[in-house]
Design a protein around this ligand. Sequence first.
Ligand code: PPS
Length: 576
Amino acid sequence: MTTETIKTGRQDYAESLLVHFRYGETLRQKAQGCLSIDLNQRQLCDLELLLNRAFYPLSGYLDREDYESVLDSMRLVDGTPWPIPICLDVDEKTASSLSSGQSLALNDQEGFLLAILTVGDIWQPDKKHEALQVYGTDDASSHPGVAQLYSQVGPWYVSGTLEGLHLPVHYDFKELRRSPAETHRLFSLNGWRQVVGFHTEEYLHCAHREMVLRAAREAGANIFLQPVVSLGQYGNLDHYTHVRCYQQIAQKFPKNMVLVGLFPLASRWAGPREALWQAIIKRNYGCSHFIVADDHGDPFALPNGGQHQLFYPRHAAQELVQQFAPETGIAMVPLTRMVYVEDKAQYLPESEVTEGMQVKEISSVELKRRLEYDLEIPGWFSYPEVVAELKHSFPPRSKQGFTIFITGLSGSGKSTLARVLLIKFLEMRTRPVTLLDGDIVRKNLSSELNFSREHRDLNITRIGFVASEITKNGGIALCAPIAPYEGSRQANRELISRCGGYIEVFMATPLEVCESRDRKGLYAKARAGKIQGFTGVSDPYIPPENPELTIDTSSMTPAEAAQEVLLYLEEQGYLR
Ligand code: PPS
């Protein structure tokens, strides 16, 4: 290998950076003697796109000179357009054990060997400078890309060429995980000479079909739909639903017009630079055109566009992709927003809507509400097959799991209320129910914990974790700990609300009443100083800030208290 190859890694014109399997054996042996690191999700996305040549012409991580050139001019040193730095970030310890020319084994998160890197440069980047150049700001609080750069990207960068043994392993949608070369071959087999690439980080509905078809007509092209499947996807959008919606929408286009393939991209949200980067990648998959929204790659772009504050100037992404088109070889097609005009019973470009026309819209918030309450989603907005996919992922509240988190002083009636509710839910038989009473948890899950603030918080977050799993799987979790602190209660609310319903019930029964009940004789012992740090006596109880329900059992029977909870659940759509 020449020095030049190690330096820039751009001498390689192969369709992938995977080595022949026979040589793979030699490489595996070589890996046993060298330093190795396990890549995180973002690094795995980058590695996959390097190995499968979606990042062509890169055949490894950028060296320092290329890195600086990319920051300053959106070009590699030889002038090739490339707007986003692709370097391997490592921690201080790894960087200090590496030297130029050495081999570094790159593994996935399970330690499975994927590639060997022949190390080139090792340097400490000026992250503030990188942030300013790539994102246009060095303020982490104003841009999620900068926040990620500062907090999740390692402090040292490593360059070098790659010899790949295996692409990152995926078990989902295998048939859609095609490399650029495979995708391009399919285009050729179908006789597609012009192909317009499209992706969005949203679920697709009728308006998207209209927008993509319009762009395809404008370009005289076939369509490559490429949902991004990477980091955020696993958290925010449901990954499986996202891809399935793309598959369903693909059926709604004329025959032999659309191909769907997955895009394992770790988005940087770098606005215009991001759009140019994605255009180059789309070109590498064989597209001749790329559909670019006026807010493409903006961290604050809303699902259905709209006039609101963006981070980058509107249209800047389109302008940059257009400006580079003669060099990148991919044409920019602006995304035309389409709206449904009721009097015409069809979609029209937003710009063609005239005064007096009745435009209908359903925002993503409204869509979520309709799904939650099992309300109608009209045919002009989405296809029944897509709605079915969404309903599967976002079942109505009547089919969601939920947690009832009852908090309050010892003796306030938590356990009694929880037990009455348990019986009511068992009687209804609509969902499996689990009771996580304070005492039960303390005996089993948290037997080693004491009643210090730290241990109480740990106890509550453990209960929250179990409840979130129950809720996620469609069950009812009934929790009844004292839970005296807002911080851990709030953490549970955040965790559980992501998986289903969360109903906090504050037992506001006054201390005197609780103490007068003193079924376990603990208040008496606490007053006598035989129990230290007893909640309400010698330890604090901070009332919840915004409970869904507040119940005082001093003048209420357990059945009445349970009825209040059941009425609330019915009103909120959890019970039918
Ligand atoms: S916490 O604060 O939420 O972790 O407490 P929790 O797990 O619900 O446990 C409360 C039960 O433990 C008994 N107990 C005490 N409570 C409060 N403070 C101290 N120091 C203490 N020591 C033991 C008490 O029986 C509580 O049960 P309940 O059902 O609330 O009366």
